[in-house]
Write a protein of this length. Structure first.
Length: 298
């Protein structure tokens, strides 16, 4: 593996060429919820006022960032072994990226190695995090980090900065953060919202991704984020919109319903038990409360 660095790509990724549109109310609400729920880092609102929640505000510089690590927890002394960021300006790829492999100065868990395919031997001769910290911070400085499950990546970045006794160990001192996992959960409650699941939902081609890698995952996340915040949510009409918007061809006289008798078939005890078991499986898979129980539909 060669050493990574900030580069200008010969093949720059391009954002979908769609007409710019204002942030849709449902999406804006999700972005606000994302900002308020991310207690780890103050959201960009403090730095950029209300423009922080507008995904298409002027001169918005974003860095889609991902890391790979030796394991799952900094409490066990796990370290970063790969970090990558892809720059976007006003929702368009600039062609600039940052990519480094890092010597973690410790062994890699077998489970983690199966996920990303990077061994300790692969990292021989690579720089330590302390050697690349300043160039990384310079790359993300004054931008908005777009991260999937931000608590994980930001936690590792701050742990590394603390280990090297950096004078500004908080990521919030260098950039703001948008957590796409929290955003996806707001837009798609009760559904799987892993990066793989979002790629399938938004038809982002992930065929080149045999194993997890910081750079390929950052590229996939960038395209998922653009699709997720580019207006597709407008296709999901809520009940209020459906009720207030007359349907084409339905403006004629309505048929009388006085003699209409609807048959209501209620679930029996066996069906209720099966339904509850199905909801339990959904919640175990998604690690969140099902929409049915959240809205108390039962």
């Amino acid at each position: 593996m060669g050493q990574g660095k900030i580069v200008t790509l010969s093949r720059a990724w391009r954002a979908p060429t769609t007409r710019r549109r204002t942030t849709e109310p449902r999406l804006e609400a999700a972005l606000r919820a994302n900002a308020e729920s991310l207690n780890l880092i103050p959201f960009a609102r403090k730095a950029r006022s209300n423009n922080a929640i507008n995904v298409q505000s002027p001169s918005m510089r974003q860095i889609v960032l991902d890391t790979e690590t030796t394991g799952l927890s900094t409490a066990q002394g796990h370290r970063i072994i790969e970090v990558a960021g892809i720059e976007m300006m006003n929702r368009r790829f600039t062609g600039r990226e940052y990519h480094r492999f890092i010597d973690p100065e410790r062994d890699i868990d077998e489970g983690a190695e199966r996920v990303h395919g990077i061994s300790r031997a692969d990292l021989k001769g690579q720089p330590r995090f302390a050697d690349i910290a300043e160039e990384l911070l310079e790359f993300i400085s004054d931008g908005e980090l777009v991260i999937h499950n931000a608590d994980f990546d930001v936690g590792f970045l701050e742990y590394e900065l603390q280990l090297m006794q950096h004078p500004k160990p908080r990521v919030s001192e260098h950039a703001t953060v948008l957590d796409t996992l929290a955003l996806a959960r707001e837009l798609h409650p009760g559904q799987r919202n892993s990066l793989d699941a979002l790629c399938k939902r938004y038809q982002v081609d992930a065929s080149r991704r045999d194993v997890h890698g910081a750079l390929i995952d950052a590229e996939l996340l960038a395209n998922v984020y653009l699709a997720m915040t580019g207006g597709q949510a407008a296709l999901c009409l809520d009940a209020e919109t459906m009720a207030s918007a007359p349907m084409a061809g339905m403006s004629g006289p309505k048929a009388p319903r006085a003699d209409l008798h609807l048959v209501v078939r209620r679930a029996n005890a066996e069906e209720i038990i099966a339904h509850e078991a199905f909801l339990d499986r959904i919640e175990k898979t998604t690690d969140s409360e099902s929409l049915w129980r959240k809205l108390r539909l039962g």
